[in-house]
Design a protein around this ligand. Structure first.
Ligand SMILES: NC(=O)c1ccc[n+]([C@@H]2O[C@H](COP(=O)([O-])OP(=O)(O)OC[C@H]3O[C@@H](n4cnc5c(N)ncnc54)[C@H](O)[C@@H]3O)[C@@H](O)[C@H]2O)c1
Length: 358
């Protein structure tokens, strides 16, 4: 088992990573003497992990709150519904919530915890690869608004993150691959060694070898923890975590968030943004190809589909709050393991998008 620490002064917390480590959740909660504990999960996870969750009830007085499965339920109505449940169950300021699920359950539960009685503790037990390496760490909580994704939310850190890689065994392959995109992102922005490790151990990782998985998940969390500790509220450095996300987010938006999983869009975004960097002479062709090769190695598609019009993607990027006077801020690799942030005009982006078609 590995233990990491997110250093944020009095809001610091531990992340533990291992297999079959749910006992540590019980120990943590018992040590805190919470007045009550509620576990939020969704219907899919409840079906798969009902026995595991019920087992926890032997050691913890636990209320269980189940939401439907889907991004569309990460909304203000389910936020309100959970508040109602907490009030009905007489949760007080010394209560605690556990988010048991992927990023949807984690973001919603974190947001509820941050507002219920002006804030109660919450614990993240992420069950998707994306949630294990990204959304469970860093304290961004949110629900969606019909006019925009993640538009209502808070920065509110969990008190503990427990990552059990065993949960990944039931995760659909497509979700696993999408989570790999975020790990590739950490390698490109921060860690050349991780990049080489991913290249050399793709068989082990794809076969869910526990040691290889634990190692890449721990390294990803370590990088995220380091970045978040230095810039919790994204006033500077934290923006580098958005590598691949400017183009990726535009791809998600123009396809109505239905055609691609987040990680699939980010994979294309990472390649497109690598081509912008190549166009500016920041990286050479072989580095852009290395990034493309790693994306493909994990079964993700780097090319941007021809039917997604470049101008539609650009229009979506220009609507983003980070765009300024027709120029768009994009994270660009300078080499594997290092990125820079530059303001790019739309013609340059358009050229890269067209180059990323094949
Ligand atoms: N807070 C942040 O910093 C942050 C960062 C990235 C993404 N997000 C958010 O995360 C969300 C996406 O998260 P996600 O990719 O985890 O999607 P998700 O939570 O929708 O989970 C994906 C699917 O996998 C299922 N699932 C989860 N764990 C499983 C398991 N162990 N076995 C079988 N099935 C399982 C879920 O029921 C769901 O159907 C988005 O809402 C996004 O905005 C937040």
């Amino acid at each position: 088992m590995e233990t990491l620490r997110v250093g944020l002064g009095e809001r610091s917390y531990e992340i533990i990573i291992g297999e079959k480590i749910l006992d540590r959740l019980i120990e943590f909660i018992q040590s805190k003497r919470y007045s009550s504990t509620g576990l939020v999960t969704n219907e899919t996870l409840w079906d798969i992990y009902k026995n595991t969750i019920v087992e926890l009830k032997k050691d913890l007085p636990l209320s269980i709150f189940i939401i439907p499965d889907g991004e569309e339920y990460k909304d203000i109505l389910w936020f309100y519904h959970l508040h109602t449940k907490l009030l009905q169950n007489r949760f007080d300021r010394s209560s605690c919530l556990i988010a048991f699920g992927g990023g949807v359950v984690g973001d919603l539960t974190g947001f509820v915890a941050s507002t219920y009685m002006r804030g109660i503790d919450y614990i993240q037990v992420p069950t998707t690869l994306l949630a294990q390496v990204d959304s469970s760490v860093g304290g961004k909580t949110a629900v969606n608004h019909p006019l925009g994704k993640n538009m209502i939310g808070t920065f509110y850190q969990p008190v503990f993150v427990l990552i059990d890689t065993g949960f990944l065994k039931t995760l659909p392959q497509r979700e696993f691959r999408a989570g790999m995109a975020e790990i590739i992102k950490y390698a490109v922005i921060w860690d050349e060694k991780l990049f080489s490790f991913l290249r050399e151990n793709s068989n082990k990782i794809s076969d869910m070898d526990h040691h290889a998985l634990r190692s890449i998940i721990a390294r990803s969390c370590e990088i995220k923890a380091e970045v978040v500790s230095r810039d919790e509220r994204e006033s500077g450095l934290r923006a580098i975590l958005n590598y691949g996300h400017t183009i990726g987010h535009a791809i998600e938006t123009v396809t109505g968030y239905r055609r691609f999983l987040h990680g699939e869009a980010i994979a294309m975004g990472m390649y497109g943004e690598a081509l912008i960097a190549r166009g500016r002479g920041l990286i050479d062709n072989s580095t852009a190809n290395e990034i493309k090769g790693l994306i493909k190695l994990y079964g993700l598609e780097p090319s941007i589909p021809g039917e997604l019009r470049g101008n539609d993607l650009i229009s979506s990027m220009l609507l983003d709050k980070k765009a300024k006077a027709g120029r768009i801020r994009i994270i660009l690799p300078e080499r594997i393991g290092k990125v820079t942030i530059e303001e790019i005009d739309k013609e340059e982006i358009l050229r890269a998008i067209n180059d990323a078609r094949v």
